[in-house]
Design a protein around this ligand. Structure first.
Ligand code: NCD
Length: 322
């Protein structure tokens, strides 16, 4: 039976049990235990309205490793330039036999909108400032592998939380699985109201780092900055960059994470980014496994369920019950 019901739009709507089941499936994928032909005949469309290296490439690799065909739809070279709407684009791709639309879009809620209009699966690959659920899952998987658990850990997320879908998915995922989440950054980028979601907010990095097991730095989202959020990159670096000295304020075995792309010398120094405590490349590797798990769950397991239904109906009919 599948874990997800048709789509993956965020971690907020998922239960801890569903999240754990997806992490377990990702471990199966990482260990090479998913049938490489399980998505044979299936078509996955990557529909990216914003640039991406890791997410788009890993969705493509994940789909291909399970035997699916991949269409990389490029809005820059499509009828989007002639004014075609997002919904029309999605319906067009579906009419051509697409089974899953992997969507990255600058507007929060774009995935939900498309999911209301198509019958195929929609996977949110980052919608504006809302969620990036597969990033959240790969962050959870990486931490679970490194520490053997998630519950009871203290995870500090530092940076431009306000504009970050990565931070939002991480906050939902880690807190649902019993970790303590501390959000840190300047008051303009980490508003106090976020505490209503059950996380701690702290504006001084040195204070936030006390007792931290995981320190996750976020990219300063230049493309989503209205003027006035940040004094300057230099000032930001002075107050909030993760440096070797600051990392020493966390717990002795604390590990560093970043969703990428990194602005080296702004939110993190190269020594930390590529140092022995960095999980950055493990996160990237886990991205493929997590996306295999999500596509497998949506397309292989659900097909199995859908195929059972008519048979059951026939059996019931033969038994004279319907
Ligand atoms: C993030 C994104 O685009 O949301 N990157 C990613 O998917 N790995 C984070 C970012 O752009 O800063």
């Amino acid at each position: 039976m599948s874990v997800l019901r048709g789509h993956l739009l965020g971690l907020e709507p998922l239960s801890p049990t569903q999240i754990l089941a997806l992490l377990d499936l990702a471990e199966e994928a990482a260990a090479g235990r998913l049938d490489p032909r399980s998505l044979e005949g299936r078509v996955v469309a990557n529909v990216f309205y914003e640039p991406s290296t890791r997410t788009r490439t890993s969705f493509e690799l994940a789909a291909r490793r399970l035997g699916a065909r991949v269409v990389n739809f490029d809005p820059e070279r499509s009828s989007v330039q002639k004014g075609e709407s997002l919904i029309d684009t999605a319906l067009t791709l579906e009419a051509m036999g697409t089974d899953a639309i992997v969507l990255r879009h600058p507007c929060s809620g774009a995935g939900q909108l498309v999911a209301r209009h198509v019958r195929c699966s929609v996977v949110n690959a980052g919608d504006g400032m809302h969620e990036h659920p597969t990033q959240g899952l790969l962050d959870l998987l990486t931490v679970r592998q490194a520490f053997g658990r998630i519950a009871g850990l203290r995870v500090v997320v530092v940076g431009d939380v306000l504009h970050s879908r990565v931070a939002r998915s991480a906050a939902w995922g880690f807190s649902k699985l019993g970790a303590e989440v501390v959000l840190c950054g300047p008051p303009t980028l980490v508003p106090r109201q976020l505490e209503q979601a059950g996380v701690r907010v702290c504006h001084r990095l040195e204070e936030a780092l006390e007792g931290a097991d995981v320190v996750m730095a976020l990219r300063v989202q230049v493309e989503r900055q209205a003027a006035g959020f940040l004094p300057s990159a230099g000032e930001y670096h002075r107050l909030y960059a993760v440096t070797p000295e600051r990392l020493r304020l966390a717990k002795p075995g604390a590990l560093f994470m970043h969703p990428g792309p990194m602005n080296l010398g702004v939110e993190v120094t190269p020594e930390v980014a590529y140092g022995a405590r960095s999980l950055v490349l493990r996160q990237v590797a886990n991205g493929v496994a997590v996306r295999m798990a999500v596509l497998y769950d949506l397309l292989a397991q659900q097909r199995a369920a859908a195929e059972v239904r008519p048979v059951e109906r026939t059996e019931l009919a033969l038994a004279g019950r319907v």
